[in-house]
Design a protein around this ligand. Structure first.
Ligand SMILES: Nc1ncnc2c1ncn2[C@@H]1O[C@H](COP(=O)(O)OP(=O)(O)OP(=O)(O)O)[C@@H](O)[C@H]1O
Ligand SMILES: Nc1nc2c(ncn2[C@@H]2O[C@H](COP(=O)(O)O)[C@@H](O)[C@H]2O)c(=O)[nH]1
Length: 199
């Protein structure tokens, strides 16, 4: 479970899309949200867009690994097909906030890798939120307001990467993933001759 978090606008969606385009071994965990779609966002690809009532039913039916309120809407990771795929060793990428990260980490510390992406400065963060052109001035102001609180949670992460140059940041995020995949505890059962030597 490879988690990318950041204050809104720092670039985690950009980095996530680059990673998904470059690495066939990892799949995106598509979240459920009560937020309305932005222009260009596609149901089932970027999010599953649901009503408040539908989200309530999913909570009641214990359909979420984690969920959290963010910016006045609710967002959650559905168990869906992820549960069995994770058991089969499939890697998943999660673009979720610090609250969801804490919940996933509490459930499964062994299999969670937490990466926090920081913008080079708060001024640049504001420029990116404005330049993206998807949110009103009011929404941008509230996301900037919340950025400070989100950044205070950076100590709940294994890695911190500054997204100044997007290609450099992407390269670092790939390097972390590559190194994590090589961890000895993740190789169990994968190298038959080593397993035989240990018998
Ligand atoms: N290194 C970078 N330099 C300049 N612009 C960038 C960089 N990385 C991302 N951006 C731009 O910043 C804007 C915000 O990026 P993105 O949507 O990926 O952020 P995010 O962290 O996923 O935000 P949210 O949490 O709101 O979804 C986009 O317009 C993106 O193209
Ligand atoms: N705890 C969770 N947070 C999530 C999930 N999906 C997305 N998010 C986070 O919400 C904010 C806002 O996203 P936006 O697309 O509206 O800009 C951002 O920090 C995401 O990482 C989730 O399933 N659980």
């Amino acid at each position: 479970m490879y988690i990318l978090s950041s204050p809104s606008g720092a670039g985690k969606t950009t980095i996530s899309r680059m990673l998904l385009g470059a690495d066939e071994e990892i799949k995106l965990s598509v979240s459920v949200t009560t937020r309305p779609p932005r222009p260009g966002e596609i149901e089932g690809v970027h999010y599953h867009f649901v009503s408040d009532g539908e989200f309530d039913v999913m909570i009641e039916e214990d359909d979420f690994y984690e969920w959290a309120p963010v910016f006045g809407y609710r967002y959650g990771t559905p168990k869906g097909h992820i549960r069995s795929a994770l058991k089969d060793g499939q890697d998943f990428l999660f673009d979720i906030d610090w609250q969801g990260t804490q919940q996933l980490y509490q459930k499964d510390q062994q299999d969670v890798v937490r990466v926090f992406i920081l913008p080079p400065s708060l001024e640049e963060l504001q420029r990116r939120l404005t330049g993206r052109g998807t949110d009103s001035a009011e929404v941008i102001a509230s996301r900037m307001e919340r950025a400070r609180a989100e950044i205070s949670h950076w100590d709940g992460y294994d890695y911190v990467v500054i997204n100044d140059d997007v290609e450099a940041c992407f390269a670092k995020v790939r390097q972390i993933l590559a190194a994590e995949r090589m961890k000895r505890q993740r190789q169990t059962g994968l190298i038959p001759f080593v397993r035989e030597l240990m018998l």
